[in-house]
Ligand binder design. Structure first.
Ligand code: NIG
Ligand code: FE
Length: 421
């Protein structure tokens, strides 16, 4: 049994409503100042005013104490959309894009996602796992304590499973919680060039059931985009995923309005992700379906596209989450603080709405809503101490991280023990 009492903190946490916060509730937070939090064996036991929590702790012995020095405490970030399973970022392609070559043109010419596929297929599993482990630590230092990792650079059954095993190994080798997602329908592999249907047949008959049987994925995702997979093809893959017991997500309307939002809604997807080009009807359908909108402002920023209409989504009652989309092409950043800054200064969310988007709503988007994203009894003691008095410092201290200490499951995960945070 290990117990820790965090005291002298200004605690700001999303409200625990038992569901994602949407519409006028998108920015609903509770503040305890001065606040305290007691956790035992990695799970929060009490949180509230310092006096109340000290009363709850009285009588127990052997409790370690952390004086938070009056700093702001928020839940650890949940990054609900990443493609971390790669070796090297595609730097040359970044330069091509700066010269005006569109992202989808690079993919159509066999580069982009397909060039990462070539290197991931060739890599021994241990090498890939080590690359993922290192990248996951980069996320952790920036305050991410739960991270979704998609496959999608294998595009054969064996190479997709290799990526999912590497993601699972990163989960075991770090204090983070990893949520694995199968993204076999990320691009059409070279051996199926011109035959997307044939590749979808393989996914439906073999890859999806194999990933589910091996317990290597919790969700299945697909890239619904003009020139990649049609809504009908994505539907086939995601219905197979449902049959195999996996939850459903969708890369929807990233570049063109491809009917992705409406498809995600009709499938009852836990989340629809990107939504840069979705029409109003698709967004309304998503709100009615209860899906979470996972917005990726770092991708819009890096592709120099307008941000997703986050304010309109809040008006429509669609719960908004944000994520890095960390990948070797369209968004090469592990930084949730950067994403929160873009959410506030680029998409016009309030500080509290962006806090909810990067914690509680993000947790719901990866099936962790009851376990993470909120400082409340019964949830994981995943928490951050910030170099400031309010969560506003995350957006305000631009380009660097205001996260000064990260605790995962009640244990200090960064900086290493002995280093003054
Ligand atoms: O979410 N659009 C598809 N997938 C990623 C990019 C992956 C890559 O470029 O390697 C995205 O933007
Ligand atoms: Fe993505």
């Amino acid at each position: 049994m290990s117990a820790t009492l965090f005291r002298n903190a200004r605690i700001v946490t999303p409200r625990d409503d038992g569901r994602p916060l949407a519409g006028p509730r998108q920015g609903l937070v509770t503040t305890h100042d001065p606040g305290a939090l007691l956790c035992r064996d990695g799970i929060i036991e009490a949180v509230g005013t310092e006096r109340g929590v000290l009363d709850a702790a009285r009588g127990s012995s052997g409790i370690a104490e952390v004086d938070c020095g009056g700093r702001c405490m928020v839940p650890g970030f949940v990054d609900p959309h990443t493609h971390l399973c790669f070796l090297e970022p595609r730097e040359a392609e970044f330069l091509q894009r700066l010269d005006g070559v569109p992202y989808l043109d690079i993919l159509a010419a066999g580069g982009g996602i397909l060039s990462t596929v070539a290197s991931v297929r060739a890599a021994p599993e241990a090498e890939l796992a080590e690359a993922v482990r290192k990248r996951v630590f980069a996320c952790l230092r920036l305050g991410t304590t739960t991270v979704e990792i998609k496959s999608g650079y294998g595009l054969s059954t064996e190479a997709e499973l290799k990526q999912l095993r590497a993601a699972a190994a990163a989960g075991r080798g770090t204090p983070l919680t990893v949520v694995p997602t199968l993204l076999g329908a990320h691009a059409v592999p070279p051996e199926f060039a011109g035959d997307a249907e044939g590749y979808v047949d393989l996914l439906v008959a073999e890859t999806v059931p194999a990933a589910a049987r091996a317990g290597l994925a919790r969700f299945c995702d697909a890239f619904c985009e003009r020139g990649v997979f049609t809504p009908a093809q994505c539907r086939r893959v995601l219905e197979a995923a449902r049959r195999a017991g996996l939850g459903v997500k969708l890369h929807a309307d990233e570049v063109h309005d491809s009917g992705g939002a409406a498809l995600a809604a009709s499938l009852g997807a836990v989340s629809a992700e990107h939504l840069l080009s979705s029409g109003e009807a698709g967004l309304a359908a998503l709100a009615a379906a209860g899906s979470v909108a996972v917005l990726l402002p770092a991708t819009a920023w890096a592709l120099r596209k307008p941000y997703a209409p986050a304010r309109r989504m809040v008006e429509l009652g669609l719960p908004v989450a944000v994520a890095t989309d960390c990948n070797p092409g369209s968004s090469y950043t592990e930084s949730m603080p950067f994403v929160v800054g873009l959410a506030v200064l680029g998409m016009g969310l309030s500080v509290n709405e962006a806090l909810v988007a990067s914690t509680l709503n993000a947790a719901y988007a990866v099936g962790e809503g009851g376990r993470a994203g909120c400082l409340a009894p019964g949830r994981r003691a995943d928490l951050l101490l910030l170099d400031g008095e309010t969560p506003g410092i995350i957006a305000f201290h631009a380009g660097v991280s205001a996260v000064s200490a990260v605790y995962a499951r009640g244990e200090r995960a960064w900086p290493a023990a002995g280093v003054q945070p």
